[in-house]
Design a protein around this ligand. Structure first.
Ligand SMILES: *Cc1c(COP(=O)(O)O)cnc(C)c1O
Length: 379
């Protein structure tokens, strides 16, 4: 089955009892057994839920993995993955990554003896030089957030495999429509389904797809043992969002391409970060591992001022000033004061995340309206 068919059909069947074409929302906490231990495969809803199960099967198909495991948020999904590790283990993570991922690794798991180091991952030799005997996990986020660097997933996985290290790719920014890390050698892929998978800014949800049965079973165990499961209504909303994933992401990418070129020519803008430009340092990797270049754009203002960036964000009318990304409506954000405020300023600036950097999540509105809005807001 091709991707555009999988979004609608993989793991999804009409309800056998009624013929309902939509997956029912099984809003139940328990299941009646014919006799003790004599059940239909469902005992208690933390452990199994039929709505969630359909979503997990669909996600496994979209990412070409063995199985999907769903959680109440992207961070809960990441939390489950870090619990595969033990005290004394070392994590190498992308230096330019989602602020909440940094916070979870540093402020939560460090106190349990799991060490994390944040490094640039564009150069594979450099990653190799950073591997220690206790390095057990490489955490890759690509495109990176908010600098939109591209990391060569296949090259990182090759290196990791040679050193017996697990690789997880946070695929939230690309979505499974644009990029499938398991096909490139990754062991696990993580999604904040809150973003492109849900796509309508109406639900918080997270998911993992595991390539192997072994890791799938370990994560299923953690899902049930720790219990950070999503509710059935949320699973239904993600399933509904996925039905149009290919159409939404395709249109968003088309709009982003036009806006990136417009911004590049703007006299008040010093640089535009967008992997679709042939001049982008990792353009060739993006071209090889992604179907299109995504719908996230970051740009910096010539005057470099925190206040000037904030003014642009207050002036837009269509681009809503909000955290998050991947919804049908376009959003504008200021990483330094919003999504990345939890990263110390020196670390932020050292990584190129300046005070005047602005990030766009381009939606599916009419391109002329989006362009006009940025034009009037930047001035
Ligand atoms: C939003 C996001 C997360 C966290 O997901 P939640 O659903 O908000 O918990 C993780 N990684 C990336 C890249 C994100 O954008």
């Amino acid at each position: 089955m091709k991707f555009n068919t999988k979004v609608l059909h993989a793991g999804i069947h009409p309800d056998p009892s009624t013929g309902a074409i939509m997956t029912p929302i099984f809003q139940t906490s328990t299941y009646v057994q014919d006799g003790p231990g004599n059940h239909k495969g469902f005992e208690y809803a933390r452990t199994q839920n039929p709505t969630r199960q359909v979503l997990e099967e669909n996600l496994a198909a979209l990412e070409n993995g063995f199985g999907g495991i769903c959680f109440g948020s992207g961070m809960a999904a990441m939390d489950a993955i870090i619990k595969l590790l033990k005290s004394g283990d070392d994590v190498l993570a992308t230096n330019d990554l989602y602020g909440g991922s940094y916070r979870l690794l540093v402020r939560l798991f460090q106190q349990f003896g799991i060490e994390s180091r944040f490094i640039p991952m564009q150069n594979t030799d450099y990653i190799q030089s950073q591997i220690k005997p206790n390095t057990k996990l490489i955490w890759v986020e690509t495109p990176t957030n908010p600098l939109l660097n591209i990391i060569d997933i296949a090259a990182v996985c090759k290196l990791a495999k040679a050193n017996n290290i697990l690789v997880c790719v946070d695929n939230t920014f690309a979505s499974p429509y644009l990029q499938n890390p398991l096909d490139l050698g990754a062991d696990l892929v993580l999604h904040s389904a809150t973003k492109y998978l849900g796509g309508h800014s109406d639900v918080v949800h997270g998911a993992i797809v595991a390539k192997s049965k072994e890791q799938y079973e370990q994560l299923k165990f953690i899902q049930n043992a720790s219990g950070a499961v999503p509710g059935p209504m949320d699973c239904f909303l993600i399933l509904r969002g996925i039905k149009t994933l290919h159409l939404r992401v395709q249109r968003s990418c088309e709009n982003a391409k036009v806006l990136a070129e417009y911004l590049l020519k703007h006299p008040k803008i010093s640089k535009v970060l967008y992997p679709g430009f042939p001049s982008h340092p990792n353009h060739h990797i993006a071209k090889a591992q992604m179907k299109d270049f995504g719908a996230m754009i970051s740009f910096d203002l010539k005057d470099g001022q925190f206040e000037s960036a904030k003014k642009v964000l207050s002036n837009t009318k269509l681009f809503a000033c909000a955290e998050s990304l991947g919804g049908v409506e376009s959003l504008i954000g200021h990483p330094a004061s919003m999504t990345h405020a939890s990263i110390p300023r020196e670390d932020r600036i050292a990584n190129g995340l300046t005070d005047s950097l602005i990030r766009l999540s381009v939606g599916v509105e009419d391109i002329d309206d989006l362009k006009d809005d940025l034009n009037q807001a930047i001035g």
